[in-house]
Write a protein that binds this ligand. Structure first.
Ligand code: CTP
Length: 274
């Protein structure tokens, strides 16, 4: 490996723009030990990934995403939750990571496994915990996507232990939770802020109203009804709603495709903003 002809050939290759995965040191085919061993396949893969990520459009940018449902405790064993699976938000976190962003995913209770070295998962349970984690990280973020199905109401207090069924009636007092997206909209500086709108009626009208009220740069509008259950499905039908009455209808696509198109649109809009 140190022979002058090998060095000269390596130099000629790198001078002409070829990227060289460095050889490793260890036992060689000849039985000797030293420099010149083929790099381990996982190291070759890491080299290629690092090379691609180094050129990625969101390299060095911070994306903050929330996803999944929230669970609001009634007592020690029961909670109020919703049917969100978190799939859409996880796909968005992965699409950001593929474009080189450092991603923080604040994830409500979910069975999904997220494994990417650029994604840090912060598990939370309640709307209040999700609020704390999102607000805490907001100032450092460049792009923020709120895809979580945050509970709008939570029990005033969780009973200690398990509520026994002694009484014929049980009344729960629910209080409104904080609207995380709205608060982020009020505190917005240079962040690109994306919200979701899940509607059963008047999809575009309500989504436009949410875009304004929550001071977002983009709303992913999602209609749900009896035939089209958005929550656990692999596919979804969404419309991107932008300022000045602009809309992009994506039609029916997989959540992965929607996430990739969303991230591409964000990259494009952020470049235009500069
Ligand atoms: N959202 C939030 N905090 C809440 C409720 C909602 O951050 N407490 C965010 C969601 O993550 C989503 C957006 O607000 O990005 C819209 O959520 P949606 O459920 O469609 O609407 P709501 O604002 O809750 O209003 P409504 O239920 O009246 O349609």
């Amino acid at each position: 490996y140190r022979h002058p002809s090998v060095s000269a050939n390596l130099k000629r290759l790198s001078d002409s723009g070829v990227h060289i995965v460095p050889a490793e040191t260890g036992e060689l085919a000849s039985g000797l030990s030293g420099e010149g061993r083929m790099a381990e396949p996982e190291n070759i893969l890491k080299f290629i990934k690092d090379y691609i990520l180094d050129k990625a459009p969101l390299k060095g940018k911070k994306a903050l995403v929330n996803a999944g449902p929230t669970y609001e405790p009634i007592d020690q064993v029961r909670f109020i939750g919703n049917r969100s699976s978190g799939k859409m938000g996880v796909a968005i976190a992965e699409a950001f990571a593929q474009q080189g962003a450092e991603v923080t995913l604040v994830l409500g209770p979910s069975h999904l496994k997220v494994k990417h070295r650029l994604i840090q998962v912060i598990p939370v349970e309640t709307a209040q915990e999700m609020h704390t984690e999102m607000l805490h990280r907001y100032a450092q973020a460049d792009i923020v996507v709120c895809s979580a199905a945050v509970a709008d109401y939570a029990p005033e207090k969780a009973e200690k232990g398990k509520i026994k069924k002694g009484n014929p009636e049980l009344n729960l007092k629910l209080l409104k939770t904080k609207d995380i997206l709205q608060e982020l909209g009020q505190k917005k500086q240079s962040q690109f802020l994306v919200g979701f709108a899940l509607e059963t009626d008047n999809l575009l009208k309500n989504a436009r109203e949410k875009l304004e009220r929550k001071n977002c740069d983009l709303i992913v509008a999602n209609e749900t009804n009896a035939e089209n259950q958005a929550f656990h499905a692999e596919n979804n039908q969404v419309i991107f709603v932008l300022p000045n009455n602009n809309t992009i209808d994506l039609g029916f696509k997989s959540k992965t495709e929607i996430a990739e198109e969303l991230v591409q649109l964000i990259i494009q809009k952020r470049t235009q903003k500069k």
